[in-house]
Design a protein around this ligand. Structure first.
Ligand SMILES: [Zn+2]
Length: 126
């Protein structure tokens, strides 16, 4: 069955007629330029067809995440800064140390001043 690498040319996969990821069974397989190499868009598994073994060999460890890592800060951290900004926009504004204590209690316990400073800086960037 033919498959499409990057939506362009059609590559025939003699060794993988089902065109399913050997690991997760997803059909989101991307065929690499090098013949016999493919990557799964779902679990990010990389596989190579091994002629000698007569089977697909997994090349790299799979990612834990389902999606590609996003640039910038993680969403959870961003949410903290957004919430910090909200607290600061109240009248009267919640003092930074209290914001830090509320939103990042662990960091606050370790070093209240540093936690307050970190959250102040972070909130300034959202
Ligand atoms: Zn997969």
């Amino acid at each position: 069955m033919p498959t499409q690498p990057g939506g362009r040319a059609i590559v025939k996969l003699d060794f993988l007629p089902e065109r399913k990821c050997p690991h997760c069974g997803s059909r989101h397989l991307r065929i690499k330029a090098r013949p016999g190499y493919l990557r799964c868009g779902n679990c990010d598994g990389s596989f190579r067809w091994n002629e000698k073994l007569g089977r697909l060999v997994e090349l790299t460890r799979r990612r834990k995440y389902k999606r590609a890592p996003q640039f910038g800060r993680p969403a959870a951290k961003r949410a903290v800064f957004v919430e910090a900004k909200r607290l600061r926009s109240q009248t009267p504004p919640v003092p930074w140390p209290k914001v830090a204590r509320l939103l990042t209690p662990e960091a606050y316990r370790e070093d209240p001043r540093r936690a307050a400073e970190a959250i102040r800086k972070g909130a300034g960037t959202v």
